[in-house]
Design a protein around this ligand. Sequence first.
Ligand SMILES: *Cc1c(COP(=O)(O)O)cnc(C)c1O
Length: 347
Amino acid sequence: MIGLRPNIAKMAGYTPGEQINDPAVVKLNTNENPYPPSPRVFEAIQAVLTGDKLRKYPEPSGISFRKAATRVLGIDSESILIGNGSDDILTILTRTFVPEGGRIVTLTPSYSLYKSLAEIQGARFQTVAFGPNWSLPAVSAIPPDTSIFFLANPNSPSGTFIDIQKIAAFIEGLPCPVVVDEAYADFAEDNALRLAKLPKVIVSRSFSKSMALAGIRFGYAVAQPEIIQEMIKVKDSYNCDVLSLTAAEAAIQDTAYVTETRSKILATRERMQPALEALGFQVTPSQANFLWCRRSDRPVQPIYEALKQQRILVRYMQYSDYGEGLRISVGTDAEIDRLLSCLHDII
Ligand SMILES: *Cc1c(COP(=O)(O)O)cnc(C)c1O
């Protein structure tokens, strides 16, 4: 194709999870929240629709959302950058920090979008294995010429969580900016927000999981204002629309609702793990809203296929440098009962 950049021609492109919009399908493949968003989100969107807001451009920096987030999170609004989903934040970070020919480093197995970001940027991509029991590797394993280091915590697909003090010590030894991708932080026992005060840390958050707003596309970054100012130069001026900003502002303030749905999800996760283990899976202890399930006695792809036949969708994952497994989102209790009963028949 004329004029096509060679790195784009060569890359396969990121493959998102299947999005089947059929209410009869039990969808446990992309870690959406099984519960609806806060009722306040619907009220806020209604109010926008009856006003005159859609005709005009949104406020580009999301000042109203950032003020609300400031109150809830206890950080300065100058430390927050809004994104069209946290994937947009990850793209902005790559374009801000990674030169062509630069190097993106992450641990493996982890979020596979990081590789696509490197390919689009024309940068090299390198994975480093986790230490024992999903711990951090030695700092010396990270190449000195790394442009940016992505750390998903809790990690996907494992759901494992690395202690924040350990992350702080690791970051100290790193030669580059570090992104702590906290798409699942609301399900974990701690988070890295306090590390965003350090001059080379960027924390990334998503509204797709704990806030149940995957359909609206919203995320944000937290970092020192000097970093945020550089990222503002890179982002699209109007990367978040009026509806997503309205929804996000309402959702972040309803902390009681997030706490309530979170505890339901954690309770379901706690009973799901032993039930899957009883079916012969090795299940990694999770601090996220999904479980990473592997088997040593048989391949798991046929199990994924058989579940799909029964209209239950889970995520089959296969890493060339790690191996395969099923990542299963925590659904409602009824959905998980159906999953377990189908698995019982299959296995
Ligand atoms: C889901 C997910 C994201 C992306 O979230 P969006 O806000 O929907 O773009 C980012 N990182 C990880 C690790 C995720 O699992």
